[in-house]
Design a binder for this molecule. Structure first.
Ligand SMILES: [Zn+2]
Ligand SMILES: [Zn+2]
Length: 261
């Protein structure tokens, strides 16, 4: 997890042979810097995958795509929305040398990693989460979603690593500084997942399969890492899974130490 939160999201998923960048929400320069600090070579990346076109997921995309000249995978609607935003905001014409289109629900292959995108409820053109499979390991990503529909819960079964949004504490959001319209957006069915909603999933629906649970996309205004951790650990312990599960917190300002399986 190179960066996570409303100021930029970026992660690497890798097998022994293939490395994929998931989202490009921090600047190209910062992405390179954080990769190098982890002894990761940016030029070893095989592809960039984009979940949706919000700025905190695509901010560094144009630069990275240009410098690395690797395929960029996104849905057709996300691609259009991104191109439109780029044209409106910067007057730049879209130039993606290697654009690869995928459709939600249809798996595809990047090297030896099988990618399955699935639809998530969020206020973007065509937002997706991902599961990745390689070498008998399954990794699931679900951030930027207003709630956890049954379809998403199904996709997340059997994951060895689960990256889950734990965006806000409901009470902190309610009494916090955001204008009411923004609070409503965050809390809506197409907004962001609260600690409480994630805890509900862990206590009632989660299959206890993950060796690592990563809490991601934490709000800096409306959450506190220790509150998010406590909520998640409490919910996981009701499943007897606390000793098995290791709860990690992805951060905005620095990369998380790599998780190796
Ligand atoms: Zn978003
Ligand atoms: Zn986001």
């Amino acid at each position: 997890m190179l960066a996570s939160g409303s100021r930029g999201n970026c992660a690497i998923v890798a097998s022994a042979r293939t490395r994929i960048l998931v989202d490009a929400g921090i600047s190209g320069r910062e992405t390179f810097k954080r990769m190098k600090a982890l002894s990761e070579d940016p030029h070893s990346l095989a592809a960039i995958l984009i979940t949706h076109e919000h700025c905190d997921h695509i901010h560094g995309l144009a630069t990275l795509a240009k410098r690395l000249r690797i395929p960029v995978f996104m849905t057709g609607a996300t691609h259009q929305a991104w191109a439109r935003a780029l044209r409106d905001e910067r007057g730049e014409k879209l130039q993606l040398e290697k654009y690869e289109r995928f459709e939600s629900g249809h798996r595809f292959q990047v090297g030896d990693i099988e990618v399955k995108p699935f639809t998530i409820p969020h206020d973007a053109a065509d937002p997706v989460g991902f599961t990745f499979r390689a070498e008998g390991i399954k990794v699931g990503f679900a951030t930027d979603l207003g709630y956890l529909p049954v379809s998403v819960r199904d996709h997340l079964r059997g994951c060895d690593v689960l990256v889950m949004e734990s965006n806000h504490d409901l009470e902190m959001l309610r009494v916090g500084p955001y204008p009411w319209s923004v609070k409503q957006r965050v809390m809506s069915r197409v907004g962001h997942l609260s600690n409480e909603a994630l805890a509900d999933f862990f206590s009632n629906d989660y299959d206890n399969s993950a060796t690592f649970v990563v809490l991601a996309h934490l709000s800096e205004q409306n959450n506190h890492p220790e509150i998010a951790r406590r909520e998640a650990e409490r919910a996981l312990s009701t499943r007897g899974g606390l000793f098995h599960n290791r709860v990690l917190l992805a951060e905005q300002t620095e990369a998380l130490a790599p998780i190796r399986l």
